[in-house]
Design a protein around this ligand. Structure first.
Ligand SMILES: Nc1ncnc2c1ncn2[C@@H]1O[C@H](COP(=O)(O)OP(=O)(O)OP(=O)(O)O)[C@@H](O)[C@H]1O
Length: 225
């Protein structure tokens, strides 16, 4: 099993104690595209963050690609995130002062020679039909172009897993379809996609959908085909 969450719970101890995930068990096979649906506050982003190593479980275990995340040190978790995970967001999270090419290259700057990163970034941006915009600043881009830039940045290091948090939430219908088609192409090349959405139309894409309510998977959900 590529991703195996076993009886995983997340408890936040703030002013109120909140169980964002409650004893969730699920499996995801390599190369799948899994949508996570559910109402606001149901635990979707929490689940994504647990898989991405941004958040530790309060109890239970999660194993990704043979590695149990709870036993990793901080450095090992950072390395896990760097090698295994790409992440895209509804609000794109581009750096406004940098152009498209620089935005794509930035996360890899500490790790590889600049020239090599630039070559790779240009290839990825060409695949995403962004070559004509590599010098543009984020505020000069359309929403779809911003998200294609964010996708290029997220996949530059060839992660096996792409986590998508409402990736089409800020896009019109045409751009939504374009971005989903881009994700579909990446998925066909083998990347595992886990996508959080409110939008039932988006869930028509991919292999399967998980419905969360109040931190738990709903009964009718098909988990792991
Ligand atoms: N850092 C935190 N501290 C305390 N409670 C939190 C924290 N992060 C999330 N929660 C709570 O955990 C629950 C699940 O939150 P989560 O963000 O995973 O939901 P979601 O399904 O992604 O919601 P939305 O669709 O609104 O983004 C919510 O009740 C939320 O208030």
């Amino acid at each position: 099993m590529f991703i195996h969450l076993n009886n995983g719970s997340v408890r936040f101890n703030g002013r109120d104690t909140v169980f964002a995930l409650k004893h969730v068990t699920m499996c995801i096979e390599k190369g799948q595209w899994v949508n996570i649906l559910g109402p606001s506050g149901s635990g979707k982003t929490t689940l994504l963050n647990v898989i991405g190593g941004m958040l530790r479980l309060s109890s239970g275990t999660i194993t990704v690609n043979g590695t149990e995340l709870s036993v990793l040190s901080l450095n090992e978790i950072q390395e896990y995130r760097r090698s295994q995970i790409g992440y895209i967001f509804q609000d794109f999270r581009l750096f406004e002062q940098y152009n498209v090419l620089e935005n794509v290259m930035l996360p890899q700057w500490p790790y590889q020679p600049r020239k090599l990163i630039e070559e790779k970034a240009k290839v990825v941006l060409e695949e995403l039909h962004m070559t004509h915009r590599i010098n543009a600043l984020p505020h000069e881009l359309s929403g779809g172009e911003k998200q294609r830039t964010a996708i290029a940045r997220a996949i530059l290091h060839n992660p096996p897993i792409l986590l998508c948090d409402e990736p089409t939430g800020n896009l019109d219908q045409e751009n939504r379809e374009t971005i989903l088609a881009v994700l579909d192409e990446l998925n066909k090349k083998g990347i595992t996609i886990i996508l959080v959405t409110h939008d039932i139309e988006v869930s028509k894409w991919g292999n399967t959908s998980i419905y969360l309510r109040d931190g738990q998977i709903q009964d009718e959900t098909t988990v792991g085909l």
